[in-house]
Design a protein around this ligand. Sequence first.
Ligand code: ATR
Length: 307
Amino acid sequence: MKFFTIDQLDQINEGEEKPARYAVIGNPVAHSLSPQLHQPALDALDQDARYIRVEVEIGKVSEAFEKMHAAGIEGINVTVPHKLEALEACHKVDPAAASMGAVNTIVFDHEGKRTGFNTDGPGFARAIREEFGVDLGDLKVIIVGAGGGAGRAIATQCVLENCPQIILVNRTLEKIEGMMEDLLRLGQPETLEGPRDRISTIALDDTGLEEAIAASELIINTTSVGLKSVDPSPFPSHWVEPHHLVYDTIYNPERTRLLRDAESHSARVANGLSLLIHQGALSLEYWLNQDAPISEMRKGVLETIKG
Ligand code: ATR
């Protein structure tokens, strides 16, 4: 079964040995790699649990959460297009998730009340440490495509980690101007020193972009440009220099044009697989209160992507 609908929740355990206890919701959801990420981890941890996909219509997220919990689901991941609706359907929302304007992880308490978290931002911080051996908070970052969902989550994390420079780049400038105001209001002033001096915005076609990239240490692509193998780089990739770390949130194709060009300019590069894995691992840690088996998760996803 590729996915269930909310009307099929009474069938989720038919003919199965292990009960469905965890799930991802989305629309469409059939392509979601979350089961390939989580099932090997649940098995490695000897959990008597299956991870399933549930397709949910827009406007029905709250109803889906209630029915899924009644059907025995204990933890939920949320993917496109439900991350904002999921936030609104929670009884409690983690402050960082509220700042990101999106929830991707639901935890139920013993009464069935829902708390929403966003593991994309913290998962990104872990991915950067794993890939490049540095703390995100020590880097001058530039986020190309900050107006999308992933861009916003990563930008919020950069603010929370006190990055010394955060440049938000977007094709449509208006989309990030409002977001910048939200970011400036974020957190406690005593832990976030002078965010107004550290955060700026620039349009993708601004002539100052080359200079902004040169002044950055970590370049992050969160645009969807690169998803097709024929896609160009989202900005002129000859601007990448050997001192740059370049992270593309796209993991399929494995090497976007941006990453290929950046490598040929001797920059260190990484793709979004580590973000996918670490955001999933953090969800699992919220549900099970134990460390996630990262290598099993990586193996599960790689088998699917390469297969
Ligand atoms: P979401 O992540 O919210 O689903 P999206 O529509 O997939 O959003 O877009 C993600 C990011 O990719 C956005 O920053 C978007 O720029 P706009 O806000 O200007 O739409 C960016 N993006 C998508 N296609 C692009 C393109 N051809 N050139 C440059 N940026 C692009």
